[in-house]
Structures are given as structure tokens and as C-alpha cells.
Design a protein around this ligand. Structure first.
Ligand SMILES: Nc1nc2c(ncn2[C@@H]2O[C@H](COP(=O)(O)OP(=O)(O)OP(=O)(O)O)[C@@H](O)[C@H]2O)c(=O)[nH]1
Ligand SMILES: [Mg+2]
Length: 297
């Protein structure tokens, strides 16, 4: 008798910076969701598909849950909460280095009304003390709707297979929603804009203006099919931020562009000619029209 095919949806939710996107990338085996040391890196729902011979799990990575400071923040919170609906399981992720803070507790509170079962994931166990991990575990054990608690390191891959085994127990017989070779539903231009934002977040580190947004203005494949021309704009909120992003004699913008280009070439499988611009749009994170332009709608 043939084994039945099992499938389902799983959302990954947690405070900013706990490692949700790192886990998603680790599970699907490639970068579908950008990662940075900065909180609030993910701004949209990012789908990652894990497919094996007998199962398919559609993971939803979400923006870190925190108190919104602007319209973009409100949008991100809405996206995170919406992902809790119609999933087979919820991964509630915490960070062993930081422990359970007020924001994690607030989210736990919210999750008491969730309809799907919750698997608590204590991440970043690498480099954390046993005490740190145990304190979180003891607290989470008191939550009635948490059915499993697992300690992992998304960065090193520790226990990720074990987590997948637990997730399997929540899947039911069902269809293969997406083809074998599909790892995300994001269009190439969205991934390209995210790659630029990731490089900017990484290279600017401490001085990075929080309100950066990236839009792809145009993408076109040359007739010979071996080169993509990509025009993109980094939006920021102040002239001083524009100066930081451009850097001395354009050096920073050049670095951001060349690192993003390398990743884009890998993604698109062709050479890329990237034209990168920087524009100021003051307070754009409160402007519905700019947010819409940048894909936050
Ligand atoms: N040491 C350690 N660092 C990790 C681990 N997982 C993620 N990180 C780091 O934590 C930082 C945040 O990771 P992300 O995956 O972007 O976190 P996130 O939860 O998606 O963050 P937001 O999108 O901002 O909500 C990055 O610097 C990661 O490299 C881990 O298992 N161990
Ligand atoms: Mg993220």
C-alpha cells in the first residue's frame, strides 16, 4: 500500500530578531527571507515551501511582533497576526540569549486565543547558558496551549530535523499545494528588492537609518537572455540618511549594489547590471501611497 501524502501550513511568529527568518531559510535550504542583526527586518509575510516525497509544509515567516510606531508598523503587526489563521500549527519562537521579555509575554497572552496548536521554539541555544534555556522552558511549560517545547539553533541547524518531525505530527492527509521545485511565492522582483535592503542593513549596521525602503523601478532581460538590467531605488526619510547610504564619493552605495548584485545573479542565473538610486521621501512609513508602491499593502 502506498503511504498517504500529508501537508499543511505552519506560521512562525515571535518578537523581532529572535531568528524566525533564519529558521525558515534553514528549513527550505536557501535564502527566501532576508536576515539581519537589526530588529524588524521582515516586513511582509514570506512563504517558504518544504517538500519531501511524502509531505509538504508551507511555512509563513512573519514580521516580529512589537508595538507599532507608524503605519508601516501597524501593517506589519496585522500581517503577523493574520498568519495565525488557518494554519495547522504555530511556531512561537523565542531567543535564549534574551530570555522572555515583556513583548514575548504579551505575544504569549495573545496566543492563548489561537485556534491552532502551538509549538514553542527556544532558538539561539548556541552560546546560551543552560540556565538561560531552562528559565525559558520552565516558564513556557506553564502555558496550557503549548504542546511541545523544543530547543534549537537555527543558525547551526541543531535540532531542526527534530522540529520537523514534531511538525509532521500535525499534518493531515492533503494535497501537494505547490510544485516540487517551488520554494517561495515571492516574485523575483520582490526578492531582488529585499536583497538590496538586506545588504544595506548589513553594511550600514549601527548607523543604518531604520526607515529604508527599496523599490524595483524596472527589470528587463536583454534579448540575448544572459543579462538582466535592474533599476532600483532606496528610499529614506532624511537628507542626512541619504548621505549615509551614498557614502563618501558614492562608496557605500557601490558596496551595497555590488553585494546585492552577486546574490541577484545567483537568484536569476544570469549576469545583472544594477542601477541603484537613493531618494528621500520624508515620513514615508506613514504614507499609505508610498507603502503601497513598496509592496506593503
Ligand atoms: N547565535 C545565533 N544567532 C542567530 C540564530 N538564529 C538567528 N540568529 C541571528 O539573529 C539575528 C536575527 O535573525 P533573523 O532571522 O533576521 O530574526 P527574525 O526573527 O526574522 O527578525 P525580524 O524579521 O526582525 O522579526 C541575525 O543576526 C541572525 O544571524 C541562532 O540560532 N543562533
Ligand atoms: Mg525576519
Amino acid at each position: 500500500m502506498q503511504n498517504k501524502f500529508i501537508s499543511g501550513f505552519v506560521s512562525i511568529i515571535g518578537s523581532p530578531n529572535v531568528g524566525k527568518s533564519t529558521l525558515l531559510n534553514r528549513i527550505v535550504g536557501q535564502k527566501v527571507s532576508i536576515v539581519s542583526e537589526r530588529a524588524q527586518t521582515t516586513r511582509n509575510r514570506v512563504m517558504g515551501v518544504y517538500t519531501k516525497k511524502d509531505c509538504q509544509v508551507v511555512f509563513l515567516d512573519t514580521p516580529g511582533v512589537t508595538v507599532p510606531k507608524n503605519k508601516l508598523g501597524e501593517y506589519m503587526l496585522k500581517i503577523a497576526y493574520e498568519s495565525l489563521n488557518e494554519v495547522e500549527a504555530i511556531l512561537f519562537m523565542t531567543d535564549a540569549h534574551n530570555g522572555l521579555r515583556e513583548k514575548d509575554e504579551a505575544l504569549l497572552d495573545k496566543l492563548r486565543n489561537a485556534k491552532a496548536p502551538i509549538i514553542a521554539v527556544i532558538n539561539k541555544t548556541d552560546g546560551a547558558t543552560l540556565d538561560q534555556v531552562e528559565t525559558i522552558r520552565e516558564r513556557l511549560e506553564k502555558e496550557e496551549n503549548i504542546e511541545h517545547i523544543i530547543k534549537i539553533s537555527a543558525k547551526e541547524g541543531t535540532n531542526v530535523e527534530k522540529l520537523l518531525d514534531i511538525i509532521r505530527t500535525y499534518l493531515e492527509e492533503g494535497p501537494q499545494y505547490f510544485p516540487d521545485d517551488m520554494v517561495t511565492d515571492q516574485p523575483e522582483r520582490v526578492i531582488c528588492s529585499e536583497l538590496i535592503r538586506e545588504k544595506a542593513l548589513m553594511l550600514l549596521r549601527e548607523e543604518v537609518p531604520h526607515g529604508m525602503g527599496v523599490g524595483i523601478d524596472k527589470m528587463s532581460l536583454r534579448e540575448e537572455g544572459d543579462l538582466y538590467d535592474v533599476w532600483a531605488t532606496i528610499y529614506c526619510e532624511r537628507d542626512s540618511h541619504k548621505g549615509i547610504i551614498i557614502g563618501k564619493k558614492g562608496s557605500m552605495l557601490k558596496r551595497i549594489g555590488s553585494e546585492a548584485r552577486c546574490d541577484m545573479e545567483w537568484l536569476l542565473g544570469t549576469r545583472v547590471n544594477l542601477q541603484l538610486y537613493v531618494k528621500v521621501k520624508s515620513d514615508w512609513r506613514n504614507s499609505v501611497s508610498v507603502m503601497r508602491e513598496l509592496g506593503y499593502e
